[in-house]
Design a protein around this ligand. Structure first.
Ligand SMILES: NC(=O)c1ccc[n+]([C@@H]2O[C@H](COP(=O)([O-])OP(=O)(O)OC[C@H]3O[C@@H](n4cnc5c(N)ncnc54)[C@H](OP(=O)(O)O)[C@@H]3O)[C@@H](O)[C@H]2O)c1
Length: 501
């Protein structure tokens, strides 16, 4: 295992200390050797911001609960035939924890000796800048993002390094877009948040559903019903709970941010908006009761659709191949806008009441500092055991899975949508299924997004702050399917003339 430090480069002045000069020299030697094995790059190939980054990927926060599962997933692709991931480093605050992480992630094999360990801290800006100078792509697993995320995004945006994360915090995402989009476009840094369970299955799932509506049919509304299943307990780690508590506590800041931003045109969706259903809905087609889930998914999907409105053929790549242009345009011309909402679903009414109970606890207590203290001090109590400071056991992770049902309503003919008092006459149900959400599906999603960045950088936009759907949409579903996340069409049904749900 190689060891290095990121604390040697001043990001503001770009002056390198001798340690970094040595590391760059070392990297030049490595890259020279690497280049001897590869065909020479043509002049047409997109240049990464730093001409000679040492690593393809650095995983920041690798020692965290999710980080270690991300490392495990990344190792599956390190130096395997046809994988673009050739060089990897783990970054974080503790060398000892990072070394242990690598041992755990490689088990039962011995840890690969070509994975480096780098010390970096989100409060130490030079260390972040140094990370950016050493890698093509940074995977940020340090959360809550509202606390730790901005310096990392700022460092990537100013250096031109690409960045992906697994946040599910809408305020963080929208604030980063507001502050760093222009800079990232200028430097060529591709910044994409929400590449985990928030919000890849939702983004790819809603697009999969709307693509089943073949002209002249059009969707109007798609609801995703998320159902978590396990033979054991369903448990999440504390940081996700903390992110949710802080997100609810700061809802007003998100509203303020939105009010301060210029309004963007909304997608045009055929037909009137369907009325909200009951608070607790019984969705008989899938046999589940469900409750509105105020997750990031609906917000992320809406942002993707807004970007699609502005770019009806998707986002052009920096130096895109003609094949990819064709693929991208065909993909986006088959995606149709629809209203979108997410519900958490359960077979039992008791399950729904438990979810409601957690929502009420968080909603009420997070308004007061003492209430927030209580929520964060006793996560297991206030979440009825769903979140623990120690996270789930490996067995609990292994035995969990999810199903996400997308129930879409729309019109068999778009002309019907514009008729007075029109009601949907068609229903399409699709489903996305996969393993445990936080520590298996999230790493799979993040790593597949990362592999797209590495293998197809010239087919992706030069830079900017975007949602995952608009960047990875045309390429991601197939990759997820190859890695254990399935997409299928459950039913297509003509409805009687009365409105559904
Ligand atoms: N989208 C999804 O579905 C999804 C799924 C899972 C997790 N997440 C999100 O991912 C984030 C991490 O969750 P987790 O459960 O893995 O949390 P965690 O176990 O607490 O891990 C946090 C990691 O961040 C590192 N860290 C903390 N402060 C740091 C700093 N100042 N500088 C550098 N590193 C620092 C920690 O390092 P040390 O080891 O040194 O303490 C640790 O490696 C959360 O925001 C969570 O919501 C999202």
């Amino acid at each position: 295992m190689k060891q290095s430090t990121a604390k040697a480069l001043d990001p503001l002045k770009g002056k390198k200390t001798s340690a970094v000069k040595f590391s760059l020299l070392f990297s030049s030697i490595l890259i020279f050797r690497e280049n001897q094995k590869k065909p020479p790059k043509t002049m047409q190939t997109a240049q990464p911001p730093n001409p000679r980054p040492l690593y393809d990927i650095i995983i920041l926060g690798a020692s965290g609960f999710t980080g270690k599962y991300v490392v495990k997933e990344a190792l599956k692709f390190l130096n395997t035939p046809s994988s673009p991931l050739k060089t990897l480093a783990l970054a974080g605050r503790s060398r000892e924890k990072l070394v242990k992480t690598l041992q755990w992630a490689a088990h039962p094999s011995s840890p690969p000796n070509d994975v480096s360990v780098i010390i970096a801290d989100t409060t130490d800006l030079p260390s972040l800048s140094s990370l950016c100078n050493q890698t093509k792509l940074l995977l940020n697993c340090v959360g809550p993002y509202r606390i730790h995320g901005e310096p990392v995004v700022a460092a990537c945006a100013s250096s031109g390094c690409d960045y992906l994360d697994i946040t599910g915090e809408p305020e963080f995402m929208e604030e980063m877009e507001a502050k760093y989009h222009e800079k990232a476009m200028e430097t060529g840094s591709l910044i994409v948040s929400a590449c985990g369970f928030d919000s890849i299955p939702a983004e790819m799932g809603v697009m999969f559903n709307t693509r089943q509506w073949v002209a002249p049919a059009v969707p109007n509304h798609v609801t995703a019903y998320v159902s978590l299943e396990s033979d054991k307990r369903i448990v999440g780690n504390f940081a996700t709970y903390e992110s949710a508590v802080l997100g609810v506590a700061n809802m007003d800041k998100l509203q303020q941010l939105r009010r301060s931003r210029p309004k963007k045109p909304r997608p045009v969706i055929p037909g009137p908006r369907l009325p909200n259903g009951p608070t607790i809905e019984y969705q008989e087609k899938i046999g589940l009761r469900a409750l509105k889930l105020p997750s990031a998914d609906a917000v992320v999907v809406r942002r993707t659709l807004v970007t699609l409105m502005e770019n009806p053929h998707g986002l052009p790549g920096i130096n895109e191949s003609p094949e990819h242009i064709g693929k991208r345009e065909a993909y986006w011309s088959s995606v149709k806008p629809a209203h979108f909402g997410v519900k958490i679903a359960s077979k039992s009414l008791l399950g729904i009441y438990r979810i409601l109970g957690v929502g009420v606890f968080i909603g009420l207590l997070c308004r007061f500092s003492f209430g927030r203290w209580l929520l964060l001090k006793f996560p297991s109590f206030f979440s009825f055991g769903w979140f623990r400071k120690t996270g789930p056991s490996e067995d609990e992770v292994r035995s969990a899975s999810f199903k996400m049902w997308f129930v879409g309503y729309g019109f068999s003919d778009s002309n019907l949508a514009s008729e007075r008092n029109s009601k949907p006459d068609m229903e399409i149900i699709t489903r996305v299924m996969g393993p445990e959400i936080g520590y298996v599906t999230t790493p799979i999603s993040l790593v597949q997004c990362a592999l797209i960045v590495l293998s197809q950088r010239e087919n992706l936009p030069k830079g900017g702050v975007y949602t995952p759907g608009i960047v990875f949409g045309p390429d991601l579903q197939e990759r997820l399917q190859e890695n254990g996340i399935s997409f299928d069409v459950v039913s297509k049904t003509a409805l009687p003339s009365h409105a559904p749900a």
